[in-house]
Design a binder for this molecule. Structure first.
Ligand SMILES: *[C@@H]1O[C@H](CO)[C@@H](O)[C@H](O)[C@H]1NC(C)=O
Ligand SMILES: *[C@@H]1O[C@H](CO)[C@@H](O)[C@H](O)[C@H]1NC(C)=O
Ligand SMILES: *[C@@H]1O[C@H](CO)[C@@H](O)[C@H](O)[C@H]1NC(C)=O
Ligand SMILES: *[C@@H]1O[C@H](CO)[C@@H](O)[C@H](O)[C@H]1NC(C)=O
Ligand SMILES: *[C@@H]1O[C@H](CO)[C@@H](O)[C@H](O)[C@H]1NC(C)=O
Ligand SMILES: *[C@@H]1O[C@H](CO)[C@@H](O)[C@H](O)[C@H]1NC(C)=O
Ligand SMILES: *[C@@H]1O[C@H](CO)[C@@H](O)[C@H](O)[C@H]1NC(C)=O
Ligand SMILES: *[C@@H]1O[C@H](CO)[C@@H](O)[C@H](O)[C@H]1NC(C)=O
Length: 417
């Protein structure tokens, strides 16, 4: 990729917003156009409510492929739309693709961003608010407003390929962060843990002459075919279900190795940071309970310090250098979900894996079928029908781009039952 591409920023543009009444739960519709321009612009804030169906049509006007990831959004019965290389095939340049998913009973402020090729570092991200339904009370007055603050430093990279800077994202906690755990009285402290993973990251290493980062000695390699699609079409050899429960000794290796999660299991994950900078870990598709953190090496005795009563449920947590953080996850959302560091440089160098949670009883009550518009790639490329990109690109004239950008407006149509 050309250096210049890293210096461009993306625009996400709401071109149109429509509403139709379909099934029981309301829909919100967004149209995104992702365009490389030399000016920063935040994407529109998606404003949804618990259980809403969100439909986002993305038109990829870049000359490289694109995936849009909905960070922290727990999608109901579907990892088909999560927008990461392990779950979705990329949207080819100039193509148009529609995400559709239903948000779960979570409340709070989240964000979306493009997950391929460091595109997040170039901009293209925006906020995603999920409001409580009126019938679900929150223990404080309705906030006067929700202010979404996204702060990003973007990468610049010089000709040696050295990466500088990293991104963080914060939100206005007083307005929208400190909301109750929607699971309410969920008594996580008295549930028996069924599987335990100690995930240790170390400072970057060199594997096959390349700088890589690792978790438990494994530097993750994205599969050419998304994991769950490979399952559905019985493609063998795409990934291994053998992610180690403890750090491997011996030389680090590059593998597409993922965690075999047990549906309805209760997983304890200890994140041990052996690097010299703070790591921020995230798990897609879930909120987990943060039960402990401390300096030093975690040991079985560390469990004595766990908070088993009122830990908060969240999807992202910090792990300090030379310290550990322990989380508990109830594996009730079927699919394949990314577990990664959010530190962009470390993430892209391999510090991630996926957790595969499959209901042994195949039913679309717990997992929706492959969407009709699923994109196919890798071993399944032959299934992909071409798209008439002339149609997709002819609608918006490039000349009007700039003025359109300045006139961006967002609107929402809410549909009640
Ligand atoms: C978001 O949706 C909620 C609930 O429908 C509404 O009250 C609020 O005004 C909306 N916020 C924005 C910024 O549009
Ligand atoms: C690129 O960055 C590396 C490491 O910071 C530095 O050693 C090198 O001189 C830089 N190269 C250029 C062309 O700026
Ligand atoms: C955060 O939100 C609260 C409540 O809406 C508001 O009073 C406060 O000014 C906001 N803080 C920032 C930094 O925007
Ligand atoms: C947890 O395991 C213990 C011992 O195996 C058992 O007595 C207890 O009932 C289990 N608790 C739950 C909530 O399943
Ligand atoms: C994955 O875990 C399930 C139990 O949840 C087990 O039946 C299965 O054999 C495991 N698969 C592998 C490859 O370890
Ligand atoms: C990393 O691990 C080594 C070996 O256990 C230990 O000596 C060192 O203090 C650790 N460093 C950090 C920052 O955790
Ligand atoms: C769910 O599965 C049932 C039977 O297996 C089928 O009739 C139904 O159409 C499926 N629903 C969806 C949304 O695919
Ligand atoms: C984008 O895709 C949707 C459905 O996938 C289609 O209805 C729409 O016409 C497409 N728009 C363009 C401009 O191609």
């Amino acid at each position: 990729m050309a250096l210049s591409r890293f210096l461009t920023l993306f625009l996400i543009h709401i071109a149109l917003l429509l509403g139709f009444c379909f099934a029981e739960d309301p829909f919100v519709f967004y149209n995104f156009e992702v365009i490389a321009i030399n000016k920063q612009f935040p994407g529109p804030t998606i404003n949804a409510t618990t259980n809403y169906n969100v439909v986002v049509n993305v038109r990829n006007k870049l000359d490289e492929s694109l995936l849009m990831h909905w960070s922290g959004i727990q999608q109901r019965r579907s990892s088909w739309q999560d927008g990461l290389p392990g779950t979705n095939c990329p949207i080819p340049p100039k193509w148009n693709w529609t995400y559709q998913f239903q948000v779960k009973d979570q409340i709070g402020s989240f964000f979306y961003f493009p997950s391929l090729h460091f595109q997040r570092a170039a901009g293209g991200f925006g906020g995603f608010i999920i409001n409580n339904r009126n019938i679900i009370p929150i223990p404080f007055n309705t906030p006067d407003g929700d202010i979404t603050i996204l702060i990003g430093d973007w990468y610049t990279r010089n000709h040696s390929g050295k990466l500088i800077a990293f991104e963080c994202t914060i939100w206005n906690v007083s307005a929208s962060g400190a909301r109750p755990n929607p699971q309410g009285s969920f008594r996580y402290g008295s549930i028996n843990v069924t599987e335990i993973y100690v995930l240790k990251n170390k400072p970057p290493v060199t594997i096959n002459g390349k700088k890589r980062t690792t978790l438990n000695g494994i530097s993750f390699v994205n599969p050419a075919t998304p994991i769950r699609l490979a399952d559905q079409f019985k493609v063998k050899g795409v990934y291994k279900l053998d992610f180690p429960k403890r750090p491997l000794t011996g030389p680090p290796k590059m593998e597409t190795s993922i965690i075999n999660g047990t549906y309805r299991g209760f997983m304890e994950v200890i994140l041990q940071n052996n690097d010299t900078k703070v790591q921020t870990y995230h798990m897609s598709g879930y909120a987990f309970f943060v039960v402990g953190m401390d300096y030093g090496e975690w040991s079985e005795n560390s469990r004595g310090t766990y908070n088993k009563w009122d830990g908060i449920a969240r999807s992202t947590i910090q792990v300090y250098p030379g310290a550990w953080t322990a989380i508990l996850i109830s594996l009730d959302n079927v699919g394949v979900w990314n577990l990664r560091t959010e530190n962009l440089d470390s993430w892209y160098l391999g510090q991630e894996t996926y957790v595969r949670i499959v209901n042994p009883e195949a039913t679309n009550k717990t997992e929706l079928p492959v969407p009709d518009n699923a994109l196919y790639c890798g071993a399944l490329s032959k299934l992909q029908k071409p798209q008439d990109i002339n149609l997709a690109t002819s609608i918006t004239g490039g000349s009007k781009l700039f003025s359109t950008m300045l006139m961006i407006a967002s609107a929402l149509l809410f549909l009640s039952r």
